[in-house]
Unconditional design. Structure first.
Length: 230
């Protein structure tokens, strides 16, 4: 009996000693979990903006490098593992955010009636209305659609019933097309937690969350589709 207790104690000490190593050991996966819902009414500053009647949210995911210990988080509902890819690399995500911000401003200002020339590759657009972003540590290109909706509403107004909480996700090209993203179910969870009543999703990702309840889910293929839905 004493030997069994001693063996258990030694095993526990060994486990505690290995815990820091197992927590820090990188694996070729990322843990993808529901992230934050960024309030774009605060994060996107549009010069001369109209008073906002709706709240626009950019939903994000939490991306953490997997370790043997963090693999346990994959057992939590809404959390998944993604194998490491070039698209999740930090530099790629930062570049995608910069591209997304530029496209959002160009598409929104054009839709609001402002003349905006197509920027040359690798250059910033010459915007008639200055737009400033304070996105914190949010990276990646999946916020383009929601940033464009926020800018358009600030310049032109969207109409419809006021005081809605509108969330969503989707990349945005300079021609207004909405492209697919990763982490759709996790972003939907973030939207629900933030109290969203509408959730925009790229049409290519709609199957990921079809049948979910609790808010109105709107699949779109373009910025114009989103405007019509509102």
């Amino acid at each position: 009996m004493a030997g069994a207790r001693s063996g258990w104690f030694v095993a526990m000490l060994l486990g505690l000693a290995l815990l820091p190593v197992l927590s820090a050991m990188p694996l070729p996966w990322f843990v993808i979990a529901p992230g934050s819902a960024v309030d774009l009414n605060r994060a996107v500053d549009v010069s001369g903006a109209r008073p906002a009647t709706d709240r626009f949210l950019l939903t994000d995911v939490s991306v953490t490098r997997a370790s043997p210990v963090r693999l346990l988080f994959a057992l939590v509902p809404g959390v998944v593992l993604e194998r490491e890819t070039h698209g999740i690399a930090e530099g790629v995500m930062q570049d995608a955010m910069a591209q997304s911000e530029s496209a959002a401003a160009v598409v929104a200002e054009r839709a609001a009636g402002y003349p905006v020339a197509m920027p040359a590759p690798g250059t910033l657009p010459d915007l008639p209305v200055p737009v400033r972003y304070a996105m914190g540590d949010v990276e990646g290109g999946s916020g383009g659609l929601m940033m464009a909706l926020r800018i358009y509403d600030a310049l032109h107004g969207i109409g419809g019933a006021p005081h809605r909480t509108i969330a969503g996700t989707g990349t945005l090209d300079f021609d207004g097309r909405v492209g697919p993203i990763q982490g759709t179910p996790q972003k939907l969870i973030a939207a629900k937690r933030a109290g969203a009543t509408v959730f925009f999703v790229p049409r290519a990702n709609y199957a990921d969350i079809a049948g979910e309840s609790g808010l109105r889910i709107v699949p779109v293929g373009s910025f114009a589709d989103a405007l019509r839905a509102l």
